[in-house]
Design a protein around this ligand. Sequence first.
Ligand SMILES: [Zn+2]
Length: 277
Amino acid sequence: MVGDGVKLRPGTRVAIEGNLFCGECEWCKAGRHNICPFSGQLGQRTDGGLAQFVAAPEYCCIPYADELPVEQAALAEPLSVAVRAVRRGGIGLGSRVGVVGGGTIGLLTAQVARIAGADTVLLVEPHPGRRALASSFGAAVAVTPDEAEAAAGPATGGHGLDVVLDCAGARAATPLAIRLTRRGGRTVLVAIYPGDLTFDPLDFLGSEKELVASMSHSYTSDYPDAVRLLETGRVDVRPLITDRVALPDVVKAGFEALVAEPQNHLKVVVDPRQPDA
Ligand SMILES: [Zn+2]
């Protein structure tokens, strides 16, 4: 159903972009809604999607083609994070790219980097099961963190990595991403972890590297572009979906399973349409 004044027709299939913002501050007015200081998310400041129905503002609702299966459309949000990360990295034709962390965001970022024109993508990931997925997501080489620094040169014909994106969410990953970045290159912070970042500023200054952050996604460009990438089949999210659970099973088969064995799950799709068990 739709509220008063909403232009979307009832029954339209939409992917929900969950970022909320004020629309009034200088960042919102500049189109940078993702860094609005009054931002929030559906499920954070409001009721969320772990329910049969959820109310979302119209601007959060991006219609998508009927041919796109609903469980793939559900991954438009993480894909939009990858789209923004690639944009913040300035990745283009011929870029040599490193991705630290082979979870959902890292694997999608590898795939989007290739679509953006990256020549080579090197994926750094400790878990062998996730490294095994790398080639399906456009990464030519997948190595462990211990192997990464030695692998960057040979993987790029001696050029080095122009852009390295930290998608790991682990303390050791960011310094590694910075070290992996070639002189004059760019490191992009995509993942989140608590605590301080330690690196050698002298090494950083001497090589004139750039360190930039990529926060979530923009609802006006990154998110609609992610939906289009899914509709056109240019990004295949199916290998990321490791679990499908009904809403009543979400705690046991979703959250608890993920906490118990994080390496064995990537995306858990929760289907609110299934009948109560
Ligand atoms: Zn704002």
